[in-house]
Design a protein around this ligand. Structure first.
Ligand SMILES: [Zn+2]
Ligand SMILES: [Zn+2]
Length: 365
């Protein structure tokens, strides 16, 4: 959820502006006041106000965290906005992310999974697809430092860089020590020095990037390639996640893939199936001439070597194309053709003119 757009205020809105926007919207959407109210938008408005009107929560939110989640679980913070992204992809977690701030003050970016629909042609010949991905990518203005002056982030003064604040309370049982995530730096232990105006010190921005994806020849359904470091940016130049492209193949109108073989069906006039002939079809590798043997039957197959799917991206080897024959008959014979056909029928022997009942269990299965 983009709290700023829910309230309809700019990212640098003052507290006063936020208060004003909230009051106006609350009146419009409050279930007890307005007829056109709906509870969900009222809830969203209220959550947005609660976050943005509280400087500590607002800072957590601006840094990419989710201040509405219970604190202490720093793991949840930078993932908050990933479910809002448009486009046909999701991000998933590697378990990387926050990695103990004491040793590693930066925050790693998430991996991104993009499901790419590709055509058979691209799998056979190799191809390139341009895709747009919207995610938290590095702010180029501050080069991922979050700082106007390109300084490295400085130690958070509130928690002295620990990311956690310890509190000692006196109880009847003695002194109790409790610790919680630092609200100033949301547990990062770091703060941008001179926050960058473009990303408001976040060091990364939700933005759209274009990628040119090469389709590997012979790629299989659901196969993935990894583009290391092309995923979501880390905070303050923490390690970027990876981009995974998962290939999904759009069914072709003519050719059906079976591993490295392709199948297609051609319809042959019955005269050609009996007499045999040359035939021509268009394939993605160009025009293909092949021969239909005399006395070919319905369901016969013709195997064409090296017209199938490439074995892999680095090999010249390909599977086969298997052509299945379907046979067509004239819908109507003219007088002369009928005469010729009956003459022809007379040349057939008894078994060739007999009409037989077939085994139904095989015929219909
Ligand atoms: Zn920036
Ligand atoms: Zn802190």
């Amino acid at each position: 959820m983009d709290y700023y757009s829910i309230l309809g205020v700019a990212q640098n809105a003052s507290n006063e502006e936020i208060k004003k926007a909230y009051r106006k919207l609350a009146r419009q959407h409050h279930p007890d006041i307005s007829n056109s109210a709906d509870e969900d938008s009222f809830k969203n408005i209220t959550t947005a106000y609660e976050v943005l009107s509280d400087p500590a929560k607002r800072q957590v939110y601006d840094l990419g965290g989710d201040p509405t989640k219970p604190s202490g679980q720093a793991n949840n913070n930078p993932m908050s906005d990933i479910f809002n992204m448009a486009g046909e992809f999701t991000q998933f977690f590697t378990g990387g992310g926050f990695d103990g701030f004491a040793n590693k003050p930066q925050v790693n970016g998430n991996n991104i999974l993009y499901r790419l629909q590709v055509e058979l042609k691209d799998i056979l010949l190799g191809g390139e697809n341009k895709i747009n991905i919207t995610a938290n990518f590095k702010c180029e203005i501050c080069d991922g430092t979050g700082s106007k002056t390109f300084d490295d982030p400085v130690k958070c003064q509130t928690c002295q860089g620990k990311g956690q604040i310890s509190k000692v309370t006196n109880t009847i049982l003695g002194q109790m020590m409790s610790s919680s995530t630092c609200p100033t730096c949301q547990g990062l232990g770091l703060m941008p020095a001179n926050p960058c105006d473009n990303c408001r010190g976040k060091s990364r921005l939700n933005q759209t990037k274009q990628f040119n994806i090469k389709v590997p020849k012979g790629v299989n359904e659901s196969e993935q390639i990894e583009l290391t470091g092309e995923g979501e940016a880390g905070i303050y130049n923490g390690l970027a996640g990876n981009l995974y492209i998962e290939f999904h193949i759009i069914p072709d109108k003519v050719f059906v893939r079976d591993k490295n073989n392709l199948h297609c069906m051609v319809q042959v006039p019955f005269t050609k199936s009996l007499l045999g002939d040359k035939a021509n079809i268009k394939t993605y590798y160009g025009d293909l001439e092949f021969f239909i043997k005399p006395n070919s039957q319905r369901g016969d197959t013709i195997k064409i070597h090296h017209y199938g799917v490439p074995i892999n991206a680095n090999s010249d080897k390909k599977g086969d194309l298997i052509i299945h024959l379907e046979i067509s008959y004239p819908h109507k014979l003219n007088h002369k053709q009928r005469q010729i056909m009956s003459e022809f029928a007379k040349t057939l022997n008894n078994s060739e003119t007999k009409i037989e009942v077939l085994d139904g269990t095989t015929s219909f299965s």
